[in-house]
Design a protein around this ligand. Sequence first.
Ligand SMILES: Cc1ncc(COP(=O)(O)O)c(C=O)c1O
Length: 383
Amino acid sequence: MSDPQQFNFDLLINRQRTGSIKWEKYNPDVIPMWVADMEFAVAPDIITAIKQRLEHPILGYTSATDELITATTDYLTHRHDWNIDPQWLSWVPGVVPAVAACTNMIEPHEEVLVFTPVYHPLLIIPNKYSRPRVDVPLSYTEERWTIDFDAFEKAITKRSRLLLLCSPHNPVGTMFTAQELRRVVEICAEHNILIVSDEIHCDLILHENKKHLPTGLIADELGAHVITLMSPSKTFNLAGANCSFAIIPDPELRKQFDAQCLYTIPIMPTLSYTATQAAYTHGWQWHQQLIEHLRGNLTYLREQIASIPHLWMDNTEATYLAWINTAHLPVEDANDFMLKAGVGLSPGAQFGDGSYQRLNFACSRAQLAMGVDRIRTAVDSLG
Ligand SMILES: Cc1ncc(COP(=O)(O)O)c(C=O)c1O
């Protein structure tokens, strides 16, 4: 659609009075660096596609067109080496409601396993639907957060039925290796545990030499059951467009999932299909430049945080979310301290580890530098 072009990820875009959840949370003096959407303009080709769709005056109930299905299966083939049968796709207006639907598919007494800390809805959903939740803490080994397989196997009981996996992992930024994922799949297959793999961050790979590996691809090879959840929403900054899909190879499981969603989750909005198709068809030049910008921001942030006393930043291989250890900061409430400094971060306690704060660095370098300066000044003032 478009000629080679340069996109500007350093443009400061005013989001005040757009109803932005991120920007409405604090007073305008605070730089919001919490919820996971980005401060970047959506790729022009996606905006054009939405405008073109609006030239047709009816926005009725919509389903996926053949063109969208092809764009999505091509995306999975070319980006993730995963050839899927188009029948495996179920469209949903969000990954979180899809996780809720999967949790509802198991019996109330059956247990849900989660690797903690983790994106908080994966903690909240089992509680909300009264499924016993079993937390398996990740371990920090060789400068990276990863799965403690001994703890994982010990946590499994006869009632374990579901694993809510986040891969790449939010908030710790780990990309699990093929070996780790294979082991997870094998253990779950052995104990008849369904894996729901939330892979919403799969196109935000910042490690130069790593590639995302879908859990479902490994499971296909091993004949295990995985429901993979993906979306263009993080990749293309379409969080408010509500577009996601589940990939469920097993027909019986897919039937159960679709039945669970029917009448409880709305179908995807018309313009979300349009945005998804445009993103997967025309968005990759924009995406390549996005990744370059995010890698630059990550390097900058890591260097800066390393030079601020009391703070430590863990390795982030994927996502645009930094996991910053504030345990040694001599303050009572690190999140409140940062807020008073003028930076709105996500408290680690929300994800299951109060020693950390999560910082969203998907913004212009100028905004990131301003946030870092505020943090540095406030920490320096502690003496
Ligand atoms: C791991 C993870 N899953 C799901 C979501 C949200 O998904 P959705 O907005 O499609 O419900 C987020 C948003 O931050 C996330 O980080």
